[in-house]
Design a protein around this ligand. Structure first.
Ligand SMILES: CCCCCCCCCC/C=C\CC(=O)SCCNC(=O)CCNC(=O)[C@H](O)C(C)(C)COP(=O)(O)OP(=O)(O)OC[C@H]1O[C@@H](n2cnc3c(N)ncnc32)[C@H](O)[C@@H]1OP(=O)(O)O
Length: 365
């Protein structure tokens, strides 16, 4: 069921009654969803760089791209509902409390109804994963593996699920130079992917929009992938002078390959030639579990997840172990090999030129 105009108006009233300030990120998100729901895609001229507040509002609204009005209305209602319930029954997970530090900067993590939701939260960068965000995702997954929840969900805020690795990560060169950066990055990548391989509970991706690069490859390590029909799946590694990561060199041919073959042309067309798949195509290839119309996506998926979260948690965890454990050693070996190949690739002219072209706005995907 879609949120009605009445639901929307009621949510607007609830926002005024919130006891706790939800913080600037959430307020910007509410503003953007409200504008999108009532006026459609951003239609204001871009404010000047020094007009900080209006620029932030414009960025947040503009980041919603062509998100349909009905979806924005539904997302607004869902967000307000998560805010009201988080101040009542749910816990807004504050890993900073565990770490004795601040909250996540690039994620919103909530725990409710037996589900821990890890939401990528850099909508103005299409949820590109910065170096800090890789660390935060690892921390959030480790916390979720130990908390009371039954299921862990990964999703994105805004019109994108995730645009993959933040290409600006390539510009942050430490004193040891670019070789040192490549070495550190290979270790970080191996740890990052390793956290998904070892994750002990059912892990579900709720792919709310386009997914690129590493956010696509790691889907092969999830237990279910639900996608909006707006989502696309793109791994433009050759365009960027790169090679596959996230164990996709192993999982994709396995997922997409015909039963009698050890090789899959669908997987190579994605991973070598960068073919972008629609949600329907990704589902036909087995990378996506089920596709939902964008207008009902959030409602249908969360209803289903809430039902699944009531199943006995130990049984689900053990079933996952039985299904996945035989593969773990192989997956860690593939992960180590892919990370080591990429360490070389990052230093190649092909990769450096492609990254510079993107960062100097000469090229997009
Ligand atoms: C030696 C050091 C190595 C360090 C490596 C660390 C470890 C990495 C491990 C994994 C390696 C790679 C795997 C990958 O993920 S490869 C895929 C990388 N992603 C991309 O190539 C996507 C690039 N983005 C785009 O092509 C487009 O932005 C888009 C996603 C198609 C969206 O286009 P749009 O027109 O709808 O929106 P746009 O205006 O471009 O985006 C809004 C702003 O967001 C910025 N942005 C978007 N995506 C990224 C990104 N991936 N990295 C950095 N910035 C991104 C975009 O530039 C816009 O910014 P601005 O408003 O113009 O300032």
């Amino acid at each position: 069921m879609r949120a009605s105009q009445e639901d929307f108006e009621s949510a607007m009233n609830q926002v005024k009654l919130l006891k706790k300030d939800p913080g600037n990120e959430v307020k910007l998100r509410l503003y953007a969803l409200y504008k999108q729901a009532t006026e459609g895609p951003c239609n204001m001229p871009k404010p000047g760089v020094f007009d900080f507040i209006n620029k932030a509002k414009w960025d947040a609204w503009n980041a919603l791209g062509s998100l349909p009005k009905e979806t924005a209305r539904q997302n607004y209602v869902d967000l307000v509902s998560s805010l009201t319930s988080s101040s009542e029954s749910s816990t807004q997970v504050k890993p900073g409390a565990d770490r004795g530090q601040q909250e996540y900067e690039n994620l919103v993590v909530t725990s409710e109804d037996g589900i821990t939701k890890i939401m990528f939260n850099r909508p103005t960068r299409k949820n590109a994963i910065s170096t800090q965000m890789y660390q935060e995702i690892m921390l959030a997954l480790k916390a979720a593996s130990k908390d009371d929840s039954t299921i862990t969900v990964v999703t994105g805020n805004g019109d994108y699920y995730c645009s993959g690795n933040d290409l600006a990560n390539f510009t942050d060169i430490p004193p040891g130079g670019v070789e040192e950066k490549a070495k550190q990055s290979a270790i970080m990548l191996r740890d990052f992917v390793g956290t998904f391989i070892d994750f002990p509970k059912p892990l579900v991706a709720v792919v709310n929009g386009p997914a690129v690069g590493i956010s696509v490859t790691i889907l092969g390590l999830f237990d279910a992938v639900y996608a909006s029909d707006r989502a696309t799946f793109h791994t433009p590694f050759s365009h960027l002078g790169l090679s596959p990561e996230g164990c996709a060199s192993y999982t994709f041919p396995k997922i997409m390959g015909p039963a009698k073959s050890c090789f899959s042309f669908q997987a190579t067309e994605m991973l070598i030639f960068g073919k972008k798949l629609t949600a329907g195509e990704a589902c036909a290839q087995g990378l996506v579990t089920e596709v939902f119309p964008d207008s009902t996506f959030q409602k249908e998926v969360w209803t289903r997840l809430k039902a699944y979260s009531k199943l006995p948690p130990n049984s689900m965890r053990i079933s996952k172990q039985v299904i996945r454990n035989m593969e773990k050693e192989k997956l860690h070996a593939v992960n180590a090999e892919e990370s080591s190949v990429l360490q070389e690739r990052w230093l190649s002219d092909e990769c450096i030129n492609a990254t510079m072209n993107f960062l100097s706005k000469k090229a997009k995907l």
